[in-house]
Ligand binder design. Structure first.
Ligand code: ZN
Length: 315
């Protein structure tokens, strides 16, 4: 993995989690591991290998512990996992993750529907996870990220007050988060709103990383990523092939497309540490195990422009 100083923008591939949880197929464990190995070969610095939720709720990710262990054994990149609660955190730590990604929705209605908790209850749970992580020196190097889902709008309650988002940023920091992610879970955001919210959130967070998580549901994924970049954001989630469409809107686009995101940054002279050709090869590996699930993305169709010179220099 390139040193952090060789990277201007961190691209966090969340396909094996956010992507797969929205697909109809259950990708075999060996296929997930093959895909993650291909992502590593492309130089992806951080990969979300799974989610520690009850297997009954998300059967696609029931093998997360095994996938995390295999990813950790590869070395060379950070392995993250989503955790909805304390039990998930215990299992993720036991599997050996580098980063725990706790999720709470800015929309309280969405939080109740997603993790069956009020904000207050989610924060109590977060505090227990902070205590758990602090209880064993073996976990000292593990990062705890606080994600704020539905920060730009919610399918249940509509518009979300930015003040709620800022309050949750403050709360996460006050209770022990190492970094924050602000997520447009349902693809409602627009670039103006993104610029305003990230500018303010970064002012609150100071030195801490504030990452961005966008969905391309309404075609604004890359525009929103650019707006966040302009607001100083340097960490972005994406899914190869834009996996992660809404299960209730067949054919709808999913997460912002990782390879298009990497192309945009590299074309702008920002180093991601990722080799675009190898990333497209990893996309082929993924697709070969997806049984015809829809994928998206422009670079995979058109290829880079003639004479394209990426900012990342490969050894
Ligand atoms: Zn998402």
């Amino acid at each position: 993995m390139p040193m952090t100083s060789d990277i201007d923008v961190i691209v966090h591939e969340v396909g094996p989690r956010d992507g797969l949880q929205a697909t109809n197929v259950i990708m075999p464990t060996t296929a997930k591991i093959e895909w993650i190995a291909a992502l590593k070969d492309a130089g992806v610095p951080m990969i979300q290998a799974g989610s520690f939720v009850p297997p009954k709720l998300v059967p696609q990710l029931a093998d997360s512990a095994e996938v995390v262990r295999a990813a950790k054994a590869m070395g060379g990149f950070k392995v993250s996992a989503l955790i909805p609660n304390l039990k998930g955190a215990m299992n993720a730590l036991e599997a050996g993750v580098d980063l725990l990604d706790f999720v709470m929705s800015a929309s309280e209605a969405h939080n109740l529907s997603n993790v069956r908790k009020t904000h207050e209850q989610s924060i109590e749970e977060f505090l227990e996870i902070v205590a758990l992580k602090g209880s064993d020196p073996a976990y000292a190097g593990v990062m705890l990220n606080g994600t704020i889902a539905t920060s730009f709008g919610c399918t249940i309650s509509g518009p979300v007050d930015p003040k709620t988002v800022f309050h949750l940023v403050e709360t996460y920091i006050a209770t022990g988060a190492d970094s924050i992610s602000i997520a447009d879970t349902v693809g409602y955001a627009n670039p103006k709103q993104v610029g305003e919210i990230f500018t303010q959130a970064r002012a609150i967070a100071g030195e801490l990383i504030v990452g961005a998580h966008f969905h391309d549901t309404r075609g604004l994924g890359l525009a929103n990523a650019f707006a966040a970049l302009e607001a100083g954001v340097r960490q972005f989630d994406g899914c190869l092939g834009g996996l992660g469409g809404c299960p209730f809107a067949p054919g709808a686009t999913g997460n912002v497309v990782t390879e298009d995101l990497v192309f945009m940054f590299e074309a702008m002279g920002l180093r991601t540490g990722i080799d675009l050709d190898r990333l497209l090869a990893a996309r082929d590996v993924m697709k070969s195990h997806l049984d015809g699930e829809p994928t998206h993305g422009a670079i995979a169709k058109a290829g880079p422009p003639k004479g394209f010179e990426p900012a990342t220099v490969q050894p």
